[in-house]
Write a protein that binds this ligand. Sequence first.
Ligand SMILES: [Zn+2]
Length: 138
Amino acid sequence: MHAPLSPSFSLASPRGHSLDPPEVLALFLELHRRSQHRIYLLYVMRESGILADGAGAEIYLVDDKKFEVVEQLAHDECRCTFILKDKMNWPYRMELLKKGSWRVESFQEQCVGCFGEGTDGGHDWGCGVCGGSGWGVL
Ligand SMILES: [Zn+2]
């Protein structure tokens, strides 16, 4: 067992159950807001139990610390996606996976190459910036 970094970095919600997706999102945004370095963000996420196994490369730390939730897309019982926007209205996507508990798999901005379309200006091949996912950078 790891000692908690501070009393506010608690695994359990006040109601005593494991965190649901909106609670994981709120905790992530709080940790993101406090983090100056990406490696620190990943560390405190892992310590808080909200970092998915193998995740890291697709979790961004951005300068903008103020995000607004646009929508929550619940795909099924073990996958959930949030669409957010920063103060410039640029979209971000957060994906959560449930493996025992809900954890963050990715937090990426919308691709600046294709604006989320995943294609390269009408050509057959996929966007060279994001690889066709419409989010993040290859
Ligand atoms: Zn793209």
